[in-house]
Design a binder for this molecule. Structure first.
Ligand code: MG
Length: 369
């Protein structure tokens, strides 16, 4: 039995992880459940898994007796577990990933900001084979690479193009949060859904892939149906892919089971719509933020940290109706312009770069810091 610490158990990935654990009750068990502040759902989850350690990060939330509370709950929640599923949202997830790395606990990583901002701090954990990606694209690449002894030529990520991919270019700048949040193929949390519409999410995934699969060239292609979950280009020029209906429970289950054993959940829901599959190039005019974040990833150091921080600020402002969709790339570009590529070699460096970029982005938007 593998004891799973589910960090971010009430979010989209966390809820699906609980479902995966329930369906694999012969090999997986909930060790702990941690959420930010959705106490009601956490309480419901705790009733299903009565032995689990439960923790709420928000010190101001009102929590039932027996629940842990405050910033330190993550440390207590991972103690004694066999694998950490990090499904925290945003930059705050990096601390939990570094904790797993420090304790040498296997990490199923759904928090992409961990690798975007702190990839260099997790490189050892990756080298030791202790990090399994939960992102569908990277999970696919890991599965395609399994059993391939010869170094492949590269990897190609697929991108759905987000909710606005068919909107006329002239209407893009004024798209509303409601339009952006109606993702055509994947059901996900609000920030990642906005990041899918700007393709910032895909640029982050390119950065993630560079850490997970070092020395392999990485690119991305548009694939609106999200049926092919990425490709590996093998040494002989063949392309290897994993296909299936878009369902995050697949990569979650693969990461938690470690690629071995009988899966408790099978997503076989009939034939796929093969004739409808299409692929296309990423249009820089439609997705200006994609190239900006890719360039930040190539610069390395503090640049991707700043890109992530600025994007978090911009997406929050967009969802709250304070800025238009078209201003998101501007906010990211502004933060990068002043950051350069200062080196990053500790959590403190990352934190400083993050805080500076957030403050700069808020000032740029005329918000109080
Ligand atoms: Mg993905």
């Amino acid at each position: 039995m593998k004891r799973v610490a589910v960090l971010g158990s009430t979010g989209s990935i966390g809820r699906q992880a609980v479902e995966v654990i329930r369906a694999n009750s012969g090999s997986l068990v909930v060790h702990s459940l941690v959420c930010n502040r959705n106490v009601d759902l956490l309480a419901a989850q705790s009733r299903e898994f009565p032995g689990a350690v439960c923790g709420v990060l928000d010190p101001a939330a009102s929590v039932p007796a027996g629940f842990l509370q405050g910033a330190g709950v993550t440390e207590e929640a991972v103690e004694g577990c066999d694998i950490v599923l990090n499904a925290f949202t945003g930059f705050a997830g990096l601390r939990a990933s570094l904790l797993a790395a420090r304790l040498e606990i296997p990490l199923a990583l759904a928090n992409k900001e961990s690798l975007v901002t702190g990839g260099c701090l997790l490189a050892d954990h990756i080298r030791k084979g202790l990090l399994s990606p939960v992102d569908s694209e990277h999970s696919t690449i890991a599965r395609c690479l399994a059993g391939e002894a010869v170094r492949p030529l590269g990897v190609t990520l697929t991108a759905s193009g987000g909710a606005l991919r068919d909107l006329p270019l002239s209407s893009l700048a004024d798209a509303s949060p409601g339009m952006v949040l109606a993702h055509p193929t994947w059901s996900m949390g609000p920030r990642i859904t906005v990041d899918s519409a700007t393709l910032v999410n895909k640029a982050f995934e390119v950065i993630e892939a560079r850490w997970l699969f070092p020395d392999l060239p990485v690119d991305a292609v548009l694939h609106p149906q999200s049926i092919v979950h990425s490709f590996v280009r093998l040494a002989d020029g063949s392309w290897k892919a994993l296909t299936g209906s878009p369902d995050m429970r697949v990569p979650i289950q693969y990461a938690l089971l470690g690629g071995s054993g009988e899966p408790g959940l099978s997503m076989s829901d009939g034939p796929l719509d093969w004739p409808s599959l299409t692929f296309g190039r990423i249009d820089p005019a439609r997705y200006p933020a994609y190239s900006i974040v890719i360039a930040a990833g190539e610069l390395g150091g503090a640049a991707p940290v700043a890109a992530n921080a600025a994007d978090e600020v911009a997406v929050e402002a967009f969802l709250a109706g304070r800025i238009g969709f078209g201003r998101i790339p501007e906010v990211i570009e502004n933060a990068l312009g002043k950051t350069g590529a200062a080196p990053v070699s500790s959590y403190g460096d990352v934190l400083r770069a993050d805080e500076e970029a957030r403050a700069r982005s808020r000032a740029f938007l005329g918000e109080r810091c």
